[in-house]
Design a protein around this ligand. Structure first.
Ligand code: NDP
Length: 452
């Protein structure tokens, strides 16, 4: 195994040195997971639920340690890190409750009874990104375990620490060894092998659309089930009749939250022309007040980007002339200012591409039809928001927008109990809620003849 230095992006200091796995270690992890299946799926549902609940409780007990680690390794404001850890605990409790609530059907047929059984798949491979390291790993892991699958989890090399902590907490909570196997190593080596591996039944992937495409191709060799949660270029549509103060006050959090490194980031803000100037004024004022700084400080709302490479990538998109860029303190770390652009054209690359940084493009539209056209003019379709006081229009927009998770008069896309996933090139399959149980099972039909 080679070595891996893990950095704190707010200081550029090394905070951990870890071994980095290769194909051999990945194969060994898959073999351990394979050896635990089907035994794990045969654990009584009530015991499986009890174990998931115990993991949820262990996360609650270890919450501050997990949050501090996520804060340092991902450069995430500590308040956000705490919220994410709370969500992770809730996830395990939710899926503990789901274990005995998802079943099959009996179907009336001639000559007997037909029944369906949602069967576990076997070994599930999870490949997760660096932007919400623990949360995304957990919302893939908890339903996979609840359905009786065993798991190999490959976190992003930039942020592997909380996945390793979760593995330890799960073992301490009583999860049998080999049911969860965390493998830290480079995506192009161990991620690729996991996607190709003949003993892996399904891949759950979150990351870039480019890598997702490769994962899908690698999985095709063995006809693996694949769930892909990929990029986004979500629209935040503000009508002139909306509560502009609210819409503008919440807009910075929706694009600068997690330093814009959020697949649901509302990076295109579309404003009805009569309200454009007023909204922009309010949005700039709210951005001026948005607190950028040390992620460990309680008041911080935005920390650094994840890496020097990500900063370079984001900077390559930003023109010299910007509408507003918040001044930053001069200190080490991969900082980038919250930046507001008002591009002249919807074909500008800052409007088309997922920048994955704190860069908002604000554009005007003239009417409802124009808003729909502009919002849907993207290869992506993950999330979005509509701000209006007109209920009928809100529902028309909700039906017309091509995205998997839409918020009306809010920017929240994600809840433990509701399905989450993309339209178009934002991926396919649904995570979270009971929809995730479907992704982690295969339906078997059994016919029982009652012919005497
Ligand atoms: P990637 O898609 O490269 O990384 C996501 C995960 O995939 C990581 O665990 C990575 O491992 C792994 N991976 C990388 N290459 C392969 C491969 N060939 N086969 C299997 N797994 C692989 O995202 P980046 O980190 O490079 O970020 C680049 C861009 O992707 C961002 O700027 C953003 O636009 C987008 N992105 C979107 C995310 C989302 O939530 N939708 C999340 C992250 C990124 P490792 O990093 O260890 O090599």
């Amino acid at each position: 195994m080679s070595g891996l230095s893990v950095l704190d992006p707010a200081t550029e200091e090394v905070i951990a040195e870890l071994p980095s796995a290769g194909v051999e270690e990945l194969d060994a992890a898959v073999a351990r997971a394979r050896a635990r299946f089907p035994a794990w799926s045969q654990v009584a549902p009530s015991d499986r639920a009890r174990l998931l609940r115990a993991i949820g409780t262990a996360i609650e007990i270890g919450a501050e340690e997990l949050a501090q680690s996520e804060c340092r390794n991902a450069g995430k404001p500590i308040r956000d890190a705490r919220d994410e850890v709370a969500l992770v605990a809730e996830l395990f409790h939710y899926y503990a409750g789901a274990v005995d609530k998802v079943g099959g059907r009996t179907i009336p047929v001639d000559g007997g009874v037909a029944m369906t059984f949602p069967e576990p798949l076997g070994v599930v491979g999870l490949i997760t990104p660096w932007n919400f390291p623990l949360a995304i790993a957990s919302w893939k892991l908890a339903p996979a375990l609840a359905c009786g699958n065993t798991v190999v989890l490959k976190p992003a090399e930039l942020t592997p620490l909380t996945a390793l902590m979760l593995e330890r907490l799960a073992l301490e909570a009583g999860l049998p060894e080999g049911v969860l196997n965390v493998v830290v190593g480079p995506g192009r080596v161990v991620g690729q092998r996991l996607a190709e591996h003949p003993d892996v039944a399904r891949i759950g992937f979150t990351g870039s659309t480019v890598v997702g495409r490769g994962v899908m191709a690698a999985a095709a060799g063995t006809i693996k089930r694949v769930t892909l949660e990929l990029g986004g270029k979500s629209a935040n549509v503000v009508f002139a009749d909306a509560d502009l103060e609210q819409a503008a006050a919440q807009a910075p959090g929706a694009i600068f939250g997690n330093a814009g490194q959020d697949c649901c980031a509302r990076s295109r803000i579309l404003v009805e022309r009569p309200a454009f100037e007023r909204f922009l004024e309010l949005f700039v004022a709210a951005t001026e007040a948005y607190v950028v700084g040390d992620p460990c400080d309680e008041g911080t709302q935005m920390g650094p980007l994840i890496s020097a490479g990500q900063r370079e990538r984001v900077a390559s998109y930003v023109p010299e002339q910007v509408t507003y860029a918040k001044p930053l303190p001069d200190r080490p770390g991969f900082w980038f200012p919250p930046t507001i652009l008002t591009p002249a054209s919807a074909t500008d690359r800052v409007v088309r591409d997922e920048i994955f940084g704190p860069v908002a493009a604000v554009l005007p539209f003239d009417d409802e039809e124009g808003a729909v056209r502009l919002a849907n003019d993207t290869p992506y379709g993950l999330s979005g928001s509509v701000w209006t006081k007109d209920g009928a229009r809100a529902l028309r927009m909700a039906r017309a927008l091509e995205c998997g998770a839409l918020s009306i008069n809010s920017n929240t896309s994600l809840r433990v109990s509701t399905p989450f996933g993309g339209f178009k090139q934002s991926g396919f399959g649904r995570e979270l809620g009971l929809a995730a149980m479907k992704e982690n099972t295969e339906l078997k039909t059994v016919f029982y003849s009652t012919t005497p």
